[in-house]
Ligand binder design. Structure first.
Ligand code: FEO
Length: 394
C-alpha cells in the first residue's frame, strides 16, 4: 500500500491485505482487510502508531523508507494482537532508538508474544499524555475491544482518535477515507458482530469515556478512516443498545428434507404474522453473515435433524458460536425432526449457558412432518408472535 496523507505530518503507512480470506483461522474476510499504521510527526518527535501483521512488514518498512522517516522516537502499541504488533521487533531493529509506548498489561503481552525486552518500553497510565512538539498524544484505556489491554490515542490539536480494532472493519480498499457509507457500515457491522459483540457492555463504557472528546477523524487500524466520526459512533450506539428488531433468525441444516419442510413452513407462518425472517442454511452460509444477523434479531430458532443421538454437528458449531458471541437476542428455540429419539434439546441448551434469552418450548417431531405437525408449527409461530408483542415489537 502506498503512503497516504491524512494531513500535513500525519500519514497512513500500513498495508492492505487484498487476498486474506480468513482471520484467526475462523472469521471469513470476503473483502480482505488492511493493517493500518500511522506516522505522526511533531516538531521534535515522531511516533508510529501500531505496526502491521508480520506477513506485511516489508510493505510497512518500504512505506517508512519512501516517506524518508529517519527516526522513530515512539511506537505506540494500542493492542498486542499480532496483526498490529507483529512487526514491532522489525521496526525496533531498524530504529533502535525507538521506545514502545503502551500500558503495563499490553507490555506484558508483547513481552510474552514477541519477546520484546522490558527496557524497550515506556509504560503509560490511563489519561497520560506524550508531547511530540506542537502535537500531543493522549492515551485513553478502552479495555475489552476486544482484549483486556486495548487502548486508543487522541491526538491534539488535530482531534484525531486512533482506535486500532475499535470501530474497525475488515475491508481492503484503495480509498483512505470512507466514500461508500453503506458498504463501510456493512463491513463494520460484520466486524462488530464477529469480534466486538461479546463485549457490548464494556463498549458502552468505552463510548461513554470518549463522548466528550472533540473528534474530527477516527482512524482505526483496519479498514477506512472516518472523516465523519458520528457515522460509526452512531452505528455502534445502535448495535450495543438493548433494542432488538422484529426478526427471527433461523440457522438450520436438513439431511433428508424433513427439517427443511418444517423450516419452510415456519418461515411462511412467521411472514404471515408480520415477522421478518432470516434463514441460514448452514451448509452454504458464511458464519460472518450469521454473526451479523445476530446483532439485532429478537429471536433465534435453530433447525436441526437428529444425527445419532443429538443435533447435527454444524448446528452444534453454530449454537456454540451464538453462545460465545452473546447477542442481545431475547428468545431462542429449536425445531427439527428425529427418527427414534435423542438428546438434541439438552445438548443445544448446554451450549448457550451465557445467553440471557427466554426459551420458547422447542418443537421436535418424529419423521417427516404431516398436517398435524404443520398445525403445531403454526402454534409455534403464534408463540413467537406473542413473545414479540410482549416486548413491543408488534
Ligand atoms: Fe486487529 Fe485484535 O487485532
Amino acid at each position: 500500500m502506498a503512503v497516504r496523507k491524512l494531513k500535513d505530518g500525519i500519514y497512513s503507512v500500513g498495508a492492505i491485505d487484498w487476498d486474506r480470506r480468513l482471520f484467526d483461522e475462523l472469521i471469513p474476510l470476503p473483502d480482505g482487510t488492511s493493517y493500518n499504521a500511522y506516522i505522526v510527526k511533531g516538531e521534535e518527535k515522531t511516533a508510529l502508531l501500531d505496526t502491521v501483521d508480520p506477513v506485511k512488514k516489508d510493505e510497512l518498512i518500504g512505506n517508512l523508507k519512501s516517506l524518508k522517516v529517519e527516526k522513530i522516537d515512539y511506537i505506540i502499541a494500542h493492542h498486542a494482537e499480532q496483526d498490529h504488533s507483529g512487526a514491532i521487533p522489525d521496526i525496533l531493529s531498524l530504529y533502535p532508538e525507538a521506545k514502545v509506548v503502551t500500558n503495563s498489561k499490553c507490555r506484558g503481552f508483547l513481552m510474552d508474544l514477541l519477546h520484546i525486552p522490558e527496557d524497550k518500553f515506556i509504560v503509560v497510565n490511563d489519561g497520560d499524555t506524550l508531547s511530540l512538539g506542537g502535537r500531543t498524544l493522549k492515551f485513553i484505556f478502552t479495555p475489552w475491544v476486544h482484549w483486556p489491554e486495548t487502548m486508543v490515542t487522541y491526538l491534539t490539536p488535530d482531534n484525531i482518535l486512533f482506535t486500532c480494532d475499535f470501530f474497525g472493519s475488515h475491508y481492503a480498499s484503495s480509498d483512505l477515507f470512507v466514500k461508500d457509507k453503506e458498504k463501510v457500515l456493512e463491513d463494520a457491522k460484520r466486524y462488530y458482530a464477529e469480534i466486538m459483540m461479546p463485549f457490548r457492555f464494556q463498549i458502552r463504557k468505552n463510548l461513554e469515556k470518549i463522548k466528550d472528546l472533540k473528534i474530527e477523524v477516527i482512524a482505526p487500524s483496519h479498514g477506512l478512516v472516518y472523516d465523519e466520526p458520528e457515522l460509526i459512533i452512531d452505528a455502534y450506539k445502535g448495535w450495543i443498545s438493548d433494542e432488538v428488531k422484529n426478526i427471527v433468525l433461523i440457522p438450520y441444516v436438513s439431511m433428508h428434507g424433513s427439517t427443511l419442510r418444517m423450516v419452510n413452513y415456519l418461515i411462511d407462518a412467521l411472514i404471515k404474522r408480520g415477522i421478518e425472517v432470516k434463514p441460514f442454511n448452514l451448509t452454504k452460509t458464511d458464519i460472518g453473515e450469521l454473526a451479523m444477523a445476530l446483532v439485532d434479531a429478537a429471536t433465534i430458532v435453530v433447525g436441526t435433524p437428529t444425527v445419532l443421538a443429538g443435533p447435527h454437528p454444524s448446528i452444534v458449531y453454530a449454537t456454540y458460536l451464538v453462545g460465545v458471541l452473546r447477542p442481545k437476542t431475547k428468545f431462542i428455540s429449536i425445531i427439527g425432526s428425529f427418527g427414534w429419539g435423542g438428546k438434541t434439546v439438552d445438548t443445544l441448551k448446554g451450549l448457550i449457558p451465557t445467553l440471557k434469552a427466554e426459551i420458547i418450548e422447542p418443537l421436535l417431531i418424529k419423521g417427516d412432518p404431516d398436517e398435524e405437525d404443520f398445525n403445531l408449527i403454526g402454534e409455534f409461530a403464534d408463540k413467537i408472535l406473542l413473545a414479540h408483542k410482549k416486548i413491543g415489537l408488534l
